[in-house]
Design a protein around this ligand. Structure first.
Ligand SMILES: Nc1ncnc2c1ncn2[C@@H]1O[C@H](COP(=O)(O)OP(=O)(O)OP(=O)(O)O)[C@@H](O)[C@H]1O
Length: 337
């Protein structure tokens, strides 16, 4: 008779702050934890394994961005083996486009790879480990860049990408509480050298701004998170208004109809049209210029041609068109015009 396998240590602890956050969460099973090997996703994986025994997989994305990437993968393999968690490793090449930050390129590639692995292994949801401090960092970063409501709304508790549901159950949990619990349990995790590198704005926010906020406003995590929820609600309203206005003025928008709206509603509708139909985000200056041109467009012969993101907006046959170099003219329904 074959010897039964040696039982492996599984982290069982009622004190894991991530476990409390999973209690009310209703996710379809089996699910996956996006596992970087760092502190936060290690605590989340431990909690998920305890909450849904035998129903949790881990997905690790190997970025190849830093020399430490192999070390992260080794750490993930060791943890998953010890906890009997099936691990799927996805390799990505996150080279960034001109004008795109390496961090943004890595993030986009990561979500795509996580979704692909989840679909391939029939995992119905992916849990991410961003916590309350990450949420505040995201808001401060958005403020530092002059972002509008979508930036201030920061991260949503649930999003859908590439046909997969991503959940962020730890948005109300403090980062230091997770680390403290891991240390108390003597659970190893990898430390990302980029997190401590002052060359990264996010790292400066973490190490310089958050401690100052903690001293001045000890409740800042709760109040910031309330503001993020207000911003998200307001943004949803703006999206609904934009959709209603576009139903009226058409998509692509007819300039004469657009001019019947207030300037603020024109801006809202145009931003929404550019983002949802073309994935283009105009800068504040580009949008102002476009609005000036729409306001000045009272004569039949008036031409509009304004650079927006990687393409340009032009006036053709009374309607605004978004034109990129690789597509001569694509309207909101994806039809070539
Ligand atoms: N290489 C990766 N593979 C899989 N999931 C990842 C990876 N990097 C990040 N994630 C997931 O995305 C979340 C947010 O990523 P971010 O880079 O902000 O966090 P992090 O500092 O890597 O977090 P952690 O402490 O969990 O390592 C992580 O908590 C984790 O769930």
């Amino acid at each position: 008779m074959a010897a039964s396998p040696t039982p492996r240590p599984t982290p069982v602890s009622a004190d894991n702050p991530a476990l409390a956050a999973l209690q009310g969460l209703d996710v379809p099973l089996p699910c996956a934890v996006a596992f970087s090997g760092g502190a936060d996703s290690t605590a989340l994986l431990a909690a998920a394994v305890q909450r849904w025994p035998g129903q949790v997989h881990a997905i690790h994305v190997h970025h190849g961005l830093q020399a430490a990437a192999d070390e992260f993968e080794r750490r993930c393999r060791a943890t998953c083996e010890a906890w009997s968690v099936p691990l799927h490793v996805a390799q990505v090449d996150a080279r960034h486009q001109p004008g795109e930050s390496p961090e943004d390129a890595a993030r986009k590639a990561r979500y795509a790879a996580l979704a692909e692995a989840a679909l391939a292994h029939r995992l119905a949801a992916v849990l991410l480990a961003q916590h309350a401090d990450d949420q505040v960092e995201t808001m401060v970063l958005a403020l530092s860049r002059g972002a509008g409501l979508p930036g201030l709304a920061a991260m949503a508790a649930r999003i859908e990408r590439h046909g997969v549901a991503f959940h962020r159950p730890l948005l109300q949990v403090r980062g230091d509480a997770l680390r403290e619990w891991l240390r108390g349990q003597a659970i190893a995790f990898a430390d990302d050298p980029m997190n401590a590198d002052p060359a990264y704005t996010r790292s400066r926010i973490r190490h310089e701004v958050l401690p100052a906020l903690q001293r001045a406003f000890p409740q800042f995590r709760e109040t910031f998170s309330r503001s993020a929820r207000h911003a998200a609600q307001a943004q949803q309203l703006l999206g609904e208004i934009a959709a209603a206005d576009l139903a009226l003025v058409g998509a692509p928008p007819a300039v004469a109809a657009l001019r019947s709206l207030s300037r603020a509603r024109q801006a809202n509708a145009l931003r929404h049209w550019l983002r949802t139909a073309h994935g283009a985000a105009p800068s504040a200056a580009q949008l102002e210029e476009l609005l000036d041109q729409v306001a000045a467009c009272a004569t039949r012969g008036h031409a509009i041609r304004i650079r927006v993101a990687a393409g340009r907006v032009e006036l053709r046959d009374g309607a605004l068109r978004y034109i990129t170099d690789h597509a001569s003219d694509v309207d909101a329904n994806g039809r070539a015009g």
